[in-house]
Design a protein around this ligand. Structure first.
Ligand SMILES: [Zn+2]
Length: 243
């Protein structure tokens, strides 16, 4: 019998989702977020880039603001109104202290109990290579959850009024090839599809497929991927790192 995934923790009120690009949360995770905002939990988004290098046919100067707008619209579909952007370069995010500091600052501002990100591993499973931005951001998120609680790491943050926050209890990584936990998402699937569809310009440039059918197929695949390990329910799997 396939090993079952554990249920995601429910004893939290605030989550901060930190990812590299507009659309990273919409390829599945938004289905879980829709359920959480239904339960009146607060979820905020922090995008490390504006995704300006994501549309082959569009100059980054135009693509950045457009993708920012699409991201805000897609967040609103699943009940998220707090959407912030850092200005790291799309495609060339560097893992290191500068990124960790930016993320630690955001964690101190938002004071989340749960931090979400996407896959930091080298691959998506098998030989499907991950992108450098996802690896850099995912790893920096896992590190920054601890950095945020230590006043002597990046002391200029505390000096600038951002008190340490050692309250992150879990970092949950979506899209991991090694999920440990899951959350049932039956109520969030339709909104997740609409949320992904808000990235319309990006999707139209990405695929010849009709956008709504592309989004539906993808989200249904994502939410059924781990179902056999979670009571045959549509779900989103996470690799959970407790702290
Ligand atoms: Zn991405």
């Amino acid at each position: 019998m396939t090993e079952q995934l554990e249920a995601m923790p429910t004893d939290w009120q605030r989550a901060l989702a930190i990812v590299a690009h507009p659309d990273d949360l919409e390829y599945g995770t938004a289905a879980a977020i829709a359920g959480w905002t239904d339960e009146r939990r607060e979820v905020s988004y922090l995008l490390v880039t504006r995704g300006e290098a994501g549309i082959d046919t569009m100059d980054p100067d135009k693509a950045g603001p457009l993708r920012e707008k699409e991201q805000r619209a897609s967040a609103a579909v699943v009940g998220v109104t707090s959407v912030e952007f850092l200005s790291h370069p799309d495609g060339a995010i560097e893992y290191g202290p500068a990124l960790r500091k930016d993320l630690a600052a955001a964690i101190r501002r938002h004071r989340p109990e749960l931090v979400l990100t996407i896959n930091h591993h080298d691959t998506w499973g098998g030989n499907a290579w991950n992108t450098p931005d996802h690896r850099a951001v995912g790893r920096a998120v896992l590190d920054a959850a601890a950095d945020a609680g230590n006043r002597w790491i990046f002391p200029e943050l505390a000096a600038g009024g951002l008190a340490p926050w050692d309250g992150v209890r879990w970092v949950a990584v979506a899209g991991s090839p090694r999920p440990t936990h899951a959350v049932a998402v039956s109520g969030g699937v339709e909104r997740a599809i609409r949320s992904l569809l808000e990235h319309r310009t990006y999707i139209e440039a990405l695929t010849e497929e009709e956008p709504e059918s592309y989004c539906r197929t993808f989200i249904e695949q994502m939410t059924s991927h781990d179902s056999a390990r979670f009571g045959d329910r549509p779900c989103i799997g996470f690799e959970l790192f407790p702290r």
